[in-house]
Design a protein around this ligand. Structure first.
Ligand code: ZN
Length: 86
């Protein structure tokens, strides 16, 4: 992976997007990506998509934690429906 320069380009911004969304970058890197997203219309849809995706994922995780049995039944049902018995 190439190291990003101070003024990052779109490739760097997208590379770092998931870490950015997880807040796993250093504060300086977070700023770089945020600044890029603010002025780059190309990358903004990527960011929006990632944000929505992670929100959906975390709400699914919360639902699963509350009802693990229901989740397992749902998975088993869909396996059976697909003709795979377990
Ligand atoms: Zn960009």
């Amino acid at each position: 992976m190439t190291e990003c320069k101070r003024d990052i380009d779109c490739r760097c911004a997208v590379q770092k997007l998931w870490d950015y969304l997880d807040h796993e970058l250093t504060p300086e890197r977070m700023d770089e990506v945020r600044r890029h997203l603010e002025r780059c219309g190309d990358c903004l849809p990527h960011h929006e998509y990632g944000r929505v995706f992670l929100a959906a994922l975390s709400s699914a995780r919360q639902a699963d934690a509350r009802a693990p049995d229901a989740l397992r039944r749902r998975v088993m049902d869909s396996l059976r429906a697909a003709g795979l018995s377990t």
